[in-house]
Structures are given as C-alpha cells and as structure tokens.
Design a protein around this ligand. Structure first.
Ligand code: SF4
Ligand code: SF4
Ligand code: FES
Length: 227
C-alpha cells in the first residue's frame, strides 16, 4: 500500500488509480468535470481538478497524477482555487446558460461547481463567446445542443465502453468543436437499447429526441436569460 497525505489526512491507497479518483473515494472533494471512473485515461480537458503537491512548482491536474508513497497534497490552496475559478469561468463563457429551460436544472454539475467555487453562472469577468456552430450529430434517436456541450468527452468514452469502439467523436476544432456520430446508417446503430451517452452527459447536451419538447431546444436564443 502507498501512504499519501491529503489536507492533513493520512490515507492508504493501492496502485493503479489517479490521485483524483483516490480522493473522491475517500470523500475528499476536488472539483472535476471530465473525469470518468473506469476511463483508461482522463482527457484532462476541463482543467478543474488542480491540487498542490509538495515539491511541485505549480498546481497539477489530479486526474493525471498517480499517488506516490509520501505524497503530500493540498486541495484548497489559494492558487488552486484561483485556477479552478478561471477554468470554470472559461467553461461557462462558451456554455449556453439558460437553467430555467434546461433539463439538468437543479441536478447540474455546473451549478454545483459554481456554488462550490463561488463563481456566478453568468460571469462578468469573461465575455460570453458565442460559438458559430451547427448541429453535427445527425442521429435518429438523439438530439444534440452544441451550445450546451462542455466538451467533456464523457459521451464518447461511455459509447466506447458499451460498444468496444465509439460511434461518437468530435468534429471541427477549437471553440467550434462539436460531438458527431460517424455511423450514418440508422440500421447499423446499436443505440436503441443503450442510453449511455444521454445518461452520462452532465449538461443535457445530448438527449432523446422524444424529450426534445420538454428540453425546450427548438430555438434556443443566444445566451438570453438569467439562471
Ligand atoms: S447545464 Fe447549464 S443551463 Fe443547464 S442547468 Fe446547468 S448551468 Fe444551467
Ligand atoms: S455532449 Fe455532453 S457528455 Fe458529450 S462532450 Fe458534450 S457535455 Fe460532454
Ligand atoms: S477532471 Fe482533471 S482535468 Fe478534468
């Protein structure tokens, strides 16, 4: 067993897990969004899970670091919180915040993170960037709202877990990146008995088409309402 110390608490852990996974299992909360239990490698795209590790010159993403014997970790230093707040503000700057019309309202990881870090869902510190993106996910069962997507990759990862390969992938680049499905033949899609991507999406960017009315997605105005 490996011995680590997190926020003054001694923990014994086995090998093969990230520091983030270990902390979460021990009930030590570190903000995170893109981490998914069982994913072979974290995409480390959300940049939320920073911690300070003694001996490291700068905070590191805890989902990318394995614990080592004697590791001393602080999860709540000032610079860690500063980085986490910046990362969340950046995510929110490209996210269509319209909680009243969103199926994730009141069970939303962004709302929870905003509360935990004391960041308003509609931040004045960063300009809202309107992405020029269209819906790329042409799927017989699922609807996709790119303005909500926070590019966490969880849908792609669970699709891979369920099918040994992922039918979902990212298309385009940078701010215009969107989720798409590369299998265009509806008869070849294994999705009718599987809702894994819909269930894992933390922000209701993918959902069943017959729930579209409930999800108020027909004509989402560009970033209109306060949450
Ligand atoms: S996903 Fe976005 S719009 Fe929906 S509840 Fe969360 S913050 Fe609000
Ligand atoms: S659709 Fe949802 S699960 Fe997929 S990348 Fe976007 S936010 Fe993540
Ligand atoms: S959980 Fe580590 S970068 Fe997203």
């Amino acid at each position: 067993m490996i011995k680590v110390n997190v926020d003054g608490r001694a923990i014994e852990v086995g090998e093969g897990q990230s520091l983030l996974a270990v902390c979460l299992q021990q009930g030590i909360f570190i903000p995170h969004l893109c981490f998914l239990e069982g994913m072979p490698e974290s995409p480390a795209s959300c940049r939320l899970c920073f911690v300070d590790i003694q001996g490291e010159p700068a905070p590191v993403a805890s989902c990318k670091v394995p614990p080592w014997d004697g590791m001393v970790v602080r999860t709540d230093t000032e610079r860690v919180r500063r980085l986490q707040k910046s990362a969340l503000r950046l995510l929110l700057s490209v996210h269509h915040v319209d909680c009243r019309n969103c199926p994730s309202n009141k069970k939303c990881v962004l709302q929870d993170l905003a509360k935990f870090l004391g960041v308003p869902l509609k931040s004045k510190k960063l300009e809202h960037l309107q992405r020029e993106i269209g819906v790329e996910l042409d799927h017989p069962l699922f609807q996709f709202v790119p303005e909500r997507c926070v590019l966490c990759e969880k849908c792609i990862a669970v699709c891979r877990q369920h099918n040994d390969f992922s039918l979902l992938t990212f298309a385009k680049r940078g701010f215009n990146t969107v989720v798409t499905c590369f299998e265009k033949d509806p008869d070849r899609l294994p999705c009718s008995d599987c809702r894994a991507c819909v269930e894992i999406c933390p922000v209701s960017a993918i959902f069943l088409k017959n729930e579209a009315a409930e999800a108020c997605l027909d004509q989402p105005p560009p970033f209109p309402d306060s949450p």
